[in-house]
Design a protein around this ligand. Structure first.
Ligand code: CA
Length: 220
């Protein structure tokens, strides 16, 4: 899952980015509203965390401009102080949720996960494909009921396949959602993760579709 943070308080932006990265999100950070607007239109984000008071263009305008352009990415707005900015206004401009500073990281993470999930497969946090269950709420994976321990990045790759179980997901799509724009390494990193997932989850679950990508088998 890929997140864009638009926040001019650099320390806050950095700590959010660090925390979310540790949870397996791919995170991009910009510190200016106009840059945020531009960047949000460039990549396939699963969520935008948007501050309101920003240089360049304020968060309300960034949000309403994105919506006017037909961009329906989930947006979590950060308001500076309770009551100082109108939360209803944030929601009016098309934000999906808001959080008042200062907030606890745990609360932020819960909201982020809920918003990202809502976009995916309705309310249920558990994705199923045959004998495999991927619990996006608890970040747990099991095959035939037996828990499989995955790193945050391995989980993120599997999540992309599980969200579209039975369909081919290209390497580029996985890269785009799991790695951030600072990643300039070898796109074949995806292959490395898929082979680790195969080793950990057992054979017959992830098919390679030559020249197209990978498919999570729904009857394995
Ligand atoms: Ca600000």
């Amino acid at each position: 899952m890929r997140v864009l943070i638009v926040e001019d308080e650099r320390r806050l932006a950095l700590s959010l980015a660090k925390g979310l990265t540790a949870e397996g999100f791919a995170v991009d950070v910009v510190h200016d509203g106009l840059e945020g607007l531009h960047q949000a239109g460039q990549s396939a984000y699963d969520l935008v965390i948007l501050d309101i008071m920003l240089p360049g263009m304020n968060g309300y305008r960034v949000c309403s401009t994105l919506r006017a352009a037909g961009n329906d990415v989930p947006i979590l707005m950060l308001t500076a102080k309770d009551g100082e900015y109108d939360e209803a206004e944030g929601l009016d401009t098309g934000a999906d949720d808001y959080l008042t500073k200062p907030f606890s990281y745990v609360v932020l993470l819960a909201r982020v996960r809920a918003l990202v999930r809502r976009r995916g497969q309705g309310a249920s946090p558990v994705l199923r494909a045959g004998s495999l269950t991927v619990d996006r709420g608890a970040r747990r994976v099991a095959r035939d009921g037996a828990a499989v321990a995955l790193t945050a990045k391995e989980f993120a790759v599997l999540e992309q396949l599980a969200l579209r179980a039975g369909d081919v997901v290209s390497k580029a799509e996985i890269l785009e959602h799991v790695w951030d724009f600072a990643y300039e390494g070898d796109p074949n990193i995806v292959e490395v993760y898929v082979s680790t997932l195969r080793r950990k989850l057992g054979a017959g679950l992830i098919e390679t579709v030559r020249g197209a990508g990978y498919r999570l088998v729904t009857r394995a």
